[in-house]
Design a protein around this ligand. Sequence first.
Ligand code: NAD
Length: 245
Amino acid sequence: MSFEGKVALVTGGANGLGRATAGRLVERGAKVVLADIEADSGNSAADELGAEFVPTDVSDPEASVAAVAYAVGKFGRLDMAFLNAGISTGCGVAEFFDLDKYRRAMGVNIDGVVFGFNAVLPAIREAGGGSIVATASLAGLTGTPPDPIYAANKHAVVGLVRSLAPIYEPEGIAVNAICPGYAETRIISDVRHELVQDGTPIIAVSEVVDAVEKLFESPDGGNCVFVQAGRSDVFRFRNVPGPRV
Ligand SMILES: NC(=O)c1ccc[n+]([C@@H]2O[C@H](COP(=O)([O-])OP(=O)(O)OC[C@H]3O[C@@H](n4cnc5c(N)ncnc54)[C@H](O)[C@@H]3O)[C@@H](O)[C@H]2O)c1
């Protein structure tokens, strides 16, 4: 399946997983717009990949709407969105609590995804359907003591995706989440040394990109795909026990 003729918006597209995924989508024939808060790396990534760049702070709802308007203005439509921008928080809830860091994390990691859906859904509907992948994390599927606020943010992304998917499936809009473990990007730079010492395998960026690409190829929605080093698959949630009547 080619992405020829398709237009994609990639938030957090200036670096790491977003940038690498954008490169793959360009290789597969898509027109890609990178939306990122970092203008220098965004512009250079766009030049290198043959993409476009629009400066965007995803925690600002108007900026997300403007990014979509830029993509549609440039290429006439929007078919795919990778809602991927995210940050580690540096914030706990008691002795490490910091209100600014907390608000920033909520603003980027959950508001940013909600505002992203809000902005891209009308455009993708207008295109007659398409696909949205949000970046959650393994921290969205399991407790994560090193960064509890991040885990709360990413669990929220998982809940959002699972709740939105059935709403938009009838319109041919697939909504899915990607849930990588520790992958080789700068977001893990503070913990990388410890991970290596503990023998925790770090996932190659290309493995995450392969999984995101598969999600964009699939018409199915409602899936949270985990990525670990050497393996990736749909995460199977247990059903909630029903009532006893
Ligand atoms: N690398 C990992 O180990 C890992 C694991 C699981 C999930 N994730 C998630 O993957 C996504 C991508 O992270 P990455 O690993 O590529 O890290 P990264 O730091 O390389 O890339 C994140 C990108 O998001 C951008 N960004 C940050 N705040 C933004 C904002 N307010 N508006 C727009 N863009 C903003 C950054 O400028 C950067 O380009 C994040 O959501 C992250 O939480 C990463």
